[in-house]
Design a protein around this ligand. Structure first.
Ligand SMILES: *[C@@H]1O[C@H](CO)[C@@H](O)[C@H](O)[C@H]1NC(C)=O
Length: 226
């Protein structure tokens, strides 16, 4: 091979590599775009937008339960399947970021007349990255307890970034997993405002209706007042 042909083939190889890279980068952003479209669609189809938030998050949080089930954009799960605290994952852009997590049921006592909108099932602030166990658990996790005959309720997870870093949450309510205190008519948006939270980086939701685990959850929630 002459020197000239060799140089030319090098140029061709480099050009092909650049093309391939652009092609795969294009594929990845297509994928991100279609995942974003799925999140939008799930949140609007099930009217989480506008009942709970004004706009869908960009990312579907990964919500997996010890029982083996996962929340997935409004799928139906049973209270028995979701009785224990789930693991939640989302994309952390900067490992030093803190996040706030809310889990709410806007359909209490039922979706047609939601006079308790929303019931708070979980409220954790100052979560370093996705390490929820290390966050400040203000309102302890409880599973789903939709009353008998009240139909399907939506259970929604919302993860907000804390742009100002770690917050002083000493004046936020604190409730154990044995009490209904501070849970009814919980307005997560007022905390978003009060603590300057945002943006809503990730979310997800499932739906559930009564099953025979619900009476034991209701008994647990009536056992204490704090
Ligand atoms: C309630 O919270 C306590 C303290 O964090 C925990 O040990 C217990 O397992 C929880 N109970 C239920 C039923 O989730």
């Amino acid at each position: 091979m002459s020197m000239r042909t060799c140089k030319m083939s090098q140029v061709v190889v480099i050009a092909l590599a650049v093309l391939l890279q652009q092609f795969t980068a294009g594929l990845c952003s297509e994928e991100t775009r279609s995942e974003m479209a799925d999140v939008q669609k799930a949140f609007t189809d099930h009217e989480v937008v506008p009942d709970v938030v004004d706009a869908a998050p960009t990312e579907l949080a990964k919500v997996s339960y010890p029982s083996g089930v996962s929340a997935n954009g409004g799928n139906e799960l049973t209270p028995t399947q979701v009785k224990d605290q789930p693991q939640i994952e989302w994309t952390v852009d900067d490992p030093s970021s803190y996040y706030t997590l809310f889990m709410v049921d806007p359909d209490a006592p039922n979706r047609a007349e939601p006079k308790f909108r929303s019931v708070c099932h979980w409220f954790v602030g100052n979560i370093p990255g996705t390490r929820i166990a290390e966050g400040d658990h203000r309102i302890a996790f409880v599973g789903s307890g939709p009353p008998q005959g009240s139909g399907l309720h939506r259970y929604i997870f919302l993860v907000y970034k804390q742009p100002a870093g770690k917050l002083d949450l000493s004046d936020a309510p604190r409730t154990s997993n044995r009490s209904r205190n501070n849970r009814l008519n919980f307005q997560h948006k007022s905390f978003v405002e009060r603590y300057g939270l945002g943006p809503l980086v990730a979310g997800n939701f499932y739906r559930a209706q009564f099953d025979d685990y619900v009476p034991s959850l209701h008994a647990q929630l009536s056992s204490r007042t704090e």
